[in-house]
Design a protein around this ligand. Structure first.
Ligand code: ZN
Length: 365
């Protein structure tokens, strides 16, 4: 994207700055174009790199709207705007409302409920809910994780709820209530060192059906490069999968070993607790059907941090440890990463007011 656009984004620090920056619809459209097409316009139908602006031209019936382009490929001639084939497709909301929504969601620490977003923007709650899912869909990342990658598993969902029909636990049905919880697997790429400015690695999570070998394999094979260095605890599924990686090291949680030099799954555990806190604090209950969308957002937030320094801390036993200090990338500067993979990611409104994900894969990205 153009340097002046990027410089303008770095000046957006407060709500007041943001309101001023996203006031003008034409400006917002140009800004969005520079983020969706950082290397120049691309036809969303065929990927052709040449197109012409037909805005303001008389197209017969009516004057074409601003921001309308036509693919120059003779076979295609597709007419498109910056939102075509993105989650913003066929939006009735002004782009300035979209940009404000994205900024507000990124500015909040763990995410924003659709109720609060609706209040802040003056839109309906279902509209705010769909905007949240548009963000989640755009920040889904597909590239394989590499380097040192930690895998871990955890369960989502608080204490089992008391149901009047269920017999109290402890009467021959111990452990039964735990089946209410959703098993989740997390994979986290460690940052490349701890020098200031280093970006946090990517983090992903997925709902699995139990921690079977098959379920774990499917996640790991699609998310992690085989030449990566894998770190995990000694769960059976991980031990078997580890053999197909260049390196696999484990910590014995069963005998209270959590860190052995560089061998640990502390990043993955940090990500797990962030997922749990976010779901419990902001989104309360998520359906397993949409869980992956929320995980995309939480993983994106995790990755939008940089190392600012290191602090030496003393443990209770007097041992010195180095703790890495992090700062979040400022919300406006996260926007280019949000929109970079927008094209091809499509969702539609379902008849019951929900959403249908038509495609979760970016094209020409
Ligand atoms: Zn085309």
């Amino acid at each position: 994207m153009s340097e002046t656009m990027l410089a303008a984004l770095s000046n957006i620090r407060t709500v007041e700055d943001m309101i001023a920056a996203f006031r003008d619809e034409d400006h917002c459209r140009r800004l969005l174009e520079s983020m969706v097409w950082p290397d120049g316009r691309i036809c969303p139908a065929c990927g052709y790199k040449r197109s012409i602006a037909i805005a303001g031209r008389d197209t017969g019936k009516r004057r074409a709207r601003p921001g309308l382009y036509q693919c120059s490929s003779g076979d295609c001639r597709f007419q498109f705007t910056v939102t075509t084939h993105t989650p913003l497709h066929s939006t009735k909301l002004p782009l300035r409302v979209w940009l404000k929504a994205m900024w507000l969601m990124l500015q909040s620490d763990k995410g924003m409920s659709s109720v609060r977003l609706a209040e802040a923007l003056g839109v309906s709650q279902p509209t705010a809910w769909r905007m949240g899912h548009a963000l989640r869909l755009m920040v889904a990342r597909e590239h394989m994780l590499d380097g040192t990658v930690e895998v871990d598993h955890f369960h989502l969902g608080g204490r089992p709820r008391k149901h009047p029909d269920d017999p109290p636990p402890g009467r021959g049905r111990k452990g039964q209530a735990n089946t209410q919880k959703t098993p989740v697997m997390a994979v986290v790429q460690r940052p490349n060192g701890n020098a200031p400015g280093t970006a946090a690695g990517d983090a992903r999570a997925a709902v699995v059906m139990g921690l079977s070998l098959r379920a774990a394999e499917r996640i790991i094979e699609t998310q992690i490069e085989p030449h990566a260095r894998l770190m995990s605890d000694e769960a059976k599924a991980f031990m078997a999968i580890g053999e197909s990686f260049a390196e696999h090291e484990t910590v014995k949680h069963s005998s209270c070993e959590y860190v052995r030099g560089a061998v640990h799954v502390n990043s993955a555990e940090g990500f797990n607790s962030r997922v749990r806190r976010t779901i419990a604090g902001v989104f309360h209950h998520i359906s397993p059907q949409h869980a992956d969308l929320y995980f995309h957002e939480i993983g994106f937030r995790w990755s939008q941090r940089v190392v600012t320094g290191n602090a030496v801390r003393k443990t209770r036993r007097g041992r010195e440890t180095i703790r890495t200090l992090w700062a979040r990338v400022q919300p406006a500067l996260q926007l280019p990463s949000v929109f970079r993979a927008a094209t091809g990611r499509q969702m539609r409104r379902s008849p019951d007011g929900g959403i249908i994900i038509k495609s979760a894969v970016a094209v020409f990205g």
